[in-house]
Design a protein around this ligand. Sequence first.
Ligand code: HEC
Length: 693
Amino acid sequence: MDAHSSTLIFLLGVLLAGCGAAQPETADWPVYGGNGENTHYTTLDQISPKNVADLEVAWTFDTGDSFPGSEMQTNPVIIDGIMYATTPRLQVLALDAASGKELWRFDPTDGAVSSSRFRHRGIVVTQDRVIFNYRSRLYALDRLTGEPIMSFGKDGWVDLREGLGRPVEGLSVSASSPGVVFEDLLIIGSSVPESLPSAPGDIRAFDVNTGALRWSFHTIPHPGEFGYETWPPGAWKVAGGANAWSGLTVDVENAMVFGATGSASYDFYGANRVGDNLFANTVLALDARTGERVWHFQGLRHDLWDRDFPAPPVLVTVQRDGREVQAVAQVSKTGHVFVFDRLSGEPLFPIEERPMPGGGMGGEQMAASQPFPVLPPPFARQRLTAADLTTRTPEANAAALKTFEAYSTADPFSAPDTSGTIIYPGVDGGAEWGGPAFDPETGLLYVNSNEMGWLLKLVPQSDESAYAANCASCHGADRAGTGAAPSLLGIVQRTSREHVTSAIREGTGTMPAFAVVIGRRATEDLVNYLETGIDASAAKVGKTPFDLPYRTALFDIFLDHEGYPGVKAPWGTLNAIDLNEGSIRWTIPFGEYPELTAQGIRDTGTDNYGGAIVTRNGLLIIAATTYDRKIRAFDKLSGELLWQADLPFSGNATPSTYVVDGRQYIVIAAGGGKNGAPSGGTYVAFALPEWGG
Ligand code: HEC
């Protein structure tokens, strides 16, 4: 289609909408992200810029199984008036999409209630079945009853740990994002541990009817495969990660599937994986029928910062020299958008190599340069200096400055080390897993962005040095006590492991709590050290490929002394990026802290998770903000706020929109639970009070 005819169709659409064209009786939101292209775009137009302010709650549904810290990241699928979604404890639900009434529910634990904190973004509905992932199980359920379909895999499920070419025991593989369907294939990425031992991030196609494995693409190449030499020999047997955890995108017409991968495990130290580490941090275009690589683009070589590509690629059409080009857009945690020709992988805006600072500990070999798109400009700030620290109050600025000065922040690509670095933009973006929305009418890509630093500090894998760094100042280097604190010699024998563990994690009153600074496993190691006097962690280094000389001591958002971000506001933004021009059309602060708003401190922006949907008739609809629990609609061209409503918990998810009996709904999972926000389990559906007239 040329530009001319698409404009005509657009005008026709406007005309039809203008005369109250027939709203369909039913319209689906058939897949995660709204459509195969992952654009979160809809032509449904009963809800419009004119009437959006009249939206009311049509129904709510409480899943009844939320718990402190639980989240709901699901983008519900709606087909033929039935909504399919998941709950905080990862049960599957089918609801009447017009009333919110429960039709069936499937509990994969058979009543053995799980309190694991699942981060789960959705399911697949195809033919007669719902396909969903629980831990390492990939289930097929009857779409009308919720019963497992016994002919799928073994007893209704496939074990995702199988077929990876490694012993199943000890592998941890799940899928936090749903797969995509192409012909009779279910194609899916995976979630794997970010520390070692991990599992390889193979992208795999299963027979949607039987669950049989039909093809695998090895994101950590095997001998003889392209990219093998970008890892040390033998790494393919032990390395992990390079997984497309945020989901996939399918181009049915071209029989291609697109994915974007995360970093190699362990995230923050890579002397044991010297090389570029293909296909980690890579946009991949695969033949959907065979899994063969068509093209790839590695956005970050030898990642040391957990700078995963955080969202699946989006299939877009852009204008180039008066012609329409089928393209693919990829957002990054670093605040960039890469745009490629979909078929060839040629970048549509220049990409330049920028030199990297070098450095790193213990045999680390950082990449000499990294690729950056020249256009569009980044949608997040790129460098943190003292001048960019919070100005919320003078005390907040002083506290942030103290942290800033204690950490080495010379370059956003400085290697992690034992003195600590600030990753900026942070590990949660820039862009996050909600992914962008794309408007084919205007070529605008909508990206919500986090503007936070993250603190990272490594420590040697050594119990003695953990003790020296955290405890010796009070309890003495020889553990015999000082005037400030009692002796710890024989403390485990004199009391108990539980007593010592809780003293370390929770503090004692005079002694500080270390739960945030020293992880669970490191605490256990420290208790062993107090019991035996032997530095078992240091003794293990190098014994297996998984025992690295460093581990994470601290990995958290950079905050001031009162828990607000340590950088200058805005702390979250919403951006409209013109993919035709390669420019940013508008940027607005996104989200507020209610208690700051009450003090008159407005438009700070906050961290936000979950994407937007964009409508042909002019709306951009998004929840996502972590602390103000709002869902909002903006004018898609200007960014002007047209409507907002309160949710019972923050809607850290992407909304869906659909029609049942001629009425259009917008539904959002309100699950909260991010970064200390309260958790809940409510689906909220909005609609107009009057419709069809
Ligand atoms: C700022 C000083 C300080 C630091 C740092 C400190 N402690 Fe303590 N710790 C104390 C004091 C003081 C007590 C005695 C209880 C009290 O007065 O609250 C104590 C008590 C304990 C106890 C309980 C002893 C008992 O007899 O029941 C354990 C176990 C302990 N500390 C372990 C550690 C470990 C392990 C570390 C390092 C991770 C550590 N402490 C760091 C000051 C400190």
